[in-house]
Design a protein around this ligand. Structure first.
Ligand code: ZN
Ligand code: ZN
Length: 259
């Protein structure tokens, strides 16, 4: 039997909804020359064996696929329906032309929103020949399979909106969380790597701020944690990084980790 390789995770984007820099902003973080202060909208690429899954498909998807030299995807998992996580769906076209229908995995509610926003993609008849197609996989808060791997959804809340995080083996990716119910915490035991959102220092109604993210990490106790969905208001990458506990780091675009 072939020896299975572990997971490889690439941070395709680590910025909050407007990305960093924000168009037209004169904020020092937006003007920073440090590459680590430039953040596309949040997404990761998770690879193992011949599988390549993308989590979320925001407005920077095309640029992210080019930057990561990604010429094949096995499918897209959606955390929730917000624009910064979904608006790149049209750009699956090159993958669709080569591969056929692209599998998507999302909550029923998210599928409904995608059908409304991208009606031409989901149309069954009289479809424009250039439009891509997807294979819909509705997920609930239950373990599902991708290839030979069991994926564990982790249910959380983004203010009142339900959001899925995903656990792949000893890696978990949670973004746009403000609250994770106690009952879900058991799914996060024994993690090597946890990724979680931390928007800025001041509180926000639908995202963990830095303090809340650090509290959450202290509860989950992963070996290492990375923060994502970062606002320019959090500060310069290199300065924030120095303030964090030893096992917590800011993620940055193009960062790759192997598990
Ligand atoms: Zn978001
Ligand atoms: Zn959101």
């Amino acid at each position: 039997m072939l020896k299975k390789k572990g997971l490889k995770v690439t941070f395709l984007g680590t910025g909050t909804s407007q990305g960093i820099p924000i168009i037209g902003s004169k904020h020092p973080v937006c003007l920073s020359k440090n590459e680590k202060d430039k953040r596309l909208r949040v997404s990761i690429l998770v690879e193992w064996d011949d599988y390549k899954y993308v989590v979320d498909c925001g407005p920077d998807f095309r640029q992210q696929m080019l930057r990561a030299n990604c010429d094949y995807i096995s499918g897209i998992l959606f955390t929730h329906e917000h624009a910064d996580h979904t608006m790149g769906l049209d750009d699956i076209r090159p993958f669709f032309f080569r591969q056929g229908n692209i599998p998507i995995y999302a909550h029923q509610r998210v599928v409904k929103v995608l059908k409304r926003r991208f009606d031409y993609i989901f149309k069954a008849e009289n479809k424009y020949p250039g439009a891509p197609s997807v294979e819909i996989n509705v997920i609930q808060n239950e373990v599902f399979k991708l290839g030979d791997k069991q994926i564990v959804p982790v249910n959380g809340y983004h203010n009142k909106l339900q959001v899925f995080g995903f656990r792949f083996d000893s890696f978990a990716y949670l973004t746009d969380m403000k609250r994770v119910p106690k009952t879900e915490m058991q799914k996060l035991k024994g993690l090597d790597v946890l990724v979680v959102n931390a928007l800025r220092e001041t509180p926000h109604e639908s995202h963990f701020n830095l303090e809340e993210a650090l509290d959450f990490i202290a509860q989950v106790q992963p070996k290492i944690a990375y923060l994502t969905h970062i606002s320019h208001l959090l500060g310069f990458h290199d300065e924030v990084e120095q303030k964090l506990p030893d096992n917590v780091h800011l993620a940055y675009d193009n960062l790759q980790i192997a598990l």
